[in-house]
Design a protein around this ligand. Structure first.
Ligand code: ZN
Length: 603
């Protein structure tokens, strides 16, 4: 629900972003084929030049073809996650056979970068993404809680102009928010007249309009207003069967689809996806941070009872013949790109879908609902995005996790999966489990041969939102500080472009960039600062945190000392600190400040 924003500063080092080319001919022999709709035993599928040449090939092995043994295995279309927020781990979905993601709100530059790469046919190392770009919400509405301005739509505002602007940016469809709040968070919501105006405006331009809802009333209102689909169902301990049936009949009558998003509803309900975390075939391919995000959901206490309503509504939708799509809301706490879709399919089965229907929900149904072209099926002329698994997911949906190989556009993505496996293995072996012995003076900003250095860890790096698609820039300059060690001058240009823009300097205390260091011997971070009078942020992250924590400090013309205890960073585990950042942002602008004598102290 909450598209949570930025976290670590670097992409997983091992996640190479381009697969080696294998755009030749591949024959998967004697395999069970789930073609997106139904299963066929003992088929052979021929792939040539990135597309499926023959879904029931009976000829001889073509000269030069790579032959893949299919006996005992099932070949499926590459999976499609119908609800994500794409802002990092762009290759990770491929590791888990998810070759396409439908994005419900991300930064426009991220959407445009991926859209361009897809158009130019050089997106083989990442999942394809079809994005709504910026969502449509009211001033003060859900989606505006991040400190980056997004355009909003006033009550009675010009819906057509707003929608036209999104389409001009590259939005594939329009995502609308009806949300009064969750937890103790209140939001302004678009009123139903404005929602209807946006839906009509989208339809006028031939675009789909999907509505985020979190209550039964809003679900009904959105459908009445002509929504093409519901993003999310709503949690609740109970719902009258006739209400569930009536909502399903309404969706059916309107020709709408639903994306229940059990993965994030469970996160809200405090239910941890143990099936994924306990499965070495899944958790063994996630690094500490990626596992941490999956493990730490939104709900502080387990309330599984509130999943009763979405389960009952999903069952009612199925009975009414409403297309139910598998979408996870990955990008949020309690979910993970790629991995969570396997859990989502199992959750749909738990809610009453057959395994076949759950597979349809993750392949042909989202391709059709979101008009994604020739994907989501195994049929001649379709895109050769494929997933080969051991066993039969039509009997046991969990078999989708027993991945043999994944292809995108006819090319094997095995290099991406292998790189991830190596990265995770390396990380596991590098984990020490010992608190780090701090230097006697605690100083971590040093000058060595005129360059910025540190007594341990990966060291200091310029840190900006660029890795996530932002455009902020920074320059660091180090010189000897009066009191010893280094003084770091930070020249930052913070620019709009990413949802949470920042630029600054970061110290990476781990032996490798994403690895946590045990800094529990320290209690306080001390440093001296001067600057241009702006407020700055000291930002900390520990392994697995979805959102780093920041504490502001002032930087005036005169040097002064700042001391901030680790305890001020709620949720940061001092035993697994991955980053200590000194950042400008998120307000766009030019910034200049200097820090010196950065120390980890015990008081
Ligand atoms: Zn979402």
């Amino acid at each position: 629900m909450k598209p949570s924003i930025l976290t670590s500063l670097l992409l997983a080092a091992g996640l190479a972003c381009s697969a080696t080319a294998f755009a030749g001919t591949t024959l998967v022999q004697d395999v069970r084929v789930f073609d997106g709709m139904s299963a066929h035993e003992h088929r052979s599928v021929l792939v040539r030049d990135g597309v499926i040449a023959d879904a029931d090939y009976r000829g001889q092995v073509p000269a030069g073809a790579r032959v893949v043994e299919g006996r005992g295995r099932t070949l499926l279309p590459g999976l499609i996650d119908a609800h994500v927020h794409t802002w990092r781990y762009f290759a990770l979905p491929l590791v888990f056979g998810v070759t396409t993601q439908v994005d419900m709100f991300t930064g426009v530059p991220v959407m445009q970068r991926i859209g361009k790469a897809m158009a130019e046919g050089r997106n083989q190392g990442e999942a394809d993404v079809f994005s709504a770009g910026t969502l449509v919400t009211a001033p003060g509405g859900h989606g505006t809680e991040y400190p980056v301005p997004i355009p909003t739509l006033e009550k009675g505002g010009d819906a057509q102009a707003f929608v036209d602007a999104r389409i001009a940016e590259g939005s594939h469809f329009i995502k609308i928010v009806m949300e009064d709040g969750f937890g103790d968070h209140h939001f302004n919501s678009l009123d139903i007249a404005t929602v209807k105006a946006v839906i009509d405006a989208a339809h006028k331009r031939g675009k789909l309009a999907v509505v985020h809802i979190s209550t039964l009333d809003n679900a009904r209102a959105a459908l009445e207003a002509g929504a093409d689909g519901l993003a999310h169902l709503f949690v609740g301990a109970k719902i009258a069967p006739q209400e569930a049936d009536s909502l399903a009949r309404l969706a059916q009558a309107k020709g709408a689809f639903v994306v229940p998003t059990f993965s994030v509803l469970e996160s809200i309900a405090g239910v941890t996806p143990r099936d994924l975390l306990d499965d070495p075939q899944v958790a063994g391919l996630l690094d500490i941070e990626e596992r941490g995000t999956l493990q730490t959901g939104y709900g502080p206490v387990p309330r599984p009872a509130i999943l009763a309503a979405p389960k009952m509504v999903t069952a009612a939708m199925r009975r009414a013949g409403v297309p139910v799509l598998a979408g996870t809301d990955a990008g949020n706490a309690g979910t993970q790109y790629g991995a969570s879709l396997h859990h989502e399919m199992a959750a749909l089965v738990d809610a009453g879908l057959s395994p076949r229907e759950a597979l349809v929900a993750a392949t042909s149904a989202p391709a059709k609902a979101f008009r994604l072209g020739k994907r989501g099926r195994i049929a001649a002329g379709y895109k050769a995005d494929l997933l080969l698994v051991e066993g039969n997911p039509l009997q046991d949906i969990a078999a989708t996790r027993r991945i043999v190989e994944v292809w995108k556009d006819g090319e094997s993505t095995a290099p991406v999966r292998d790189a991830q496996r190596r990265h995770v293995a390396q990380e596991n072996s590098a984990r020490s489990g010992q608190p780090l012995a701090l230097p006697a003076d605690g100083r971590i900003s040093l000058l060595k041969d005129g360059k910025l250095a540190s007594p341990f860890g990966t060291g200091w790096i310029p840190s900006t939102d660029k890795f996530a698609g932002g455009v902020s820039t920074v320059k660091l300059a180090a010189q000897a500080a009066q009191e010893g060690g280094a003084s770091i001058a930070i020249d930052a240009q913070v620019k709009p472009g990413f949802a949470y823009p920042w630029a600054g300097a970061a110290f990476m205390p781990g032996a490798q960039p994403l690895l946590g260091a045990d800094l529990s011997a320290a209690r306080v971070i001390r440093f001296r600062v001067r600057g241009d009078g702006h407020k700055y942020m000291l930002t900390l992250a520990s392994s697995g945190m979805a959102i780093p924590r920041s504490v502001p400090f002032d930087a005036d013309a005169e040097w002064r000392e700042v001391a901030i205890p680790f305890s001020a960073f709620a949720g940061v585990d001092p035993a697994t600190v991955t980053m200590i950042g000194f950042n400008a942002g998120p307000q766009p602008g030019d910034y200049r400040f200097e820090i010196a004598d950065v120390r980890l102290a015990d008081r």
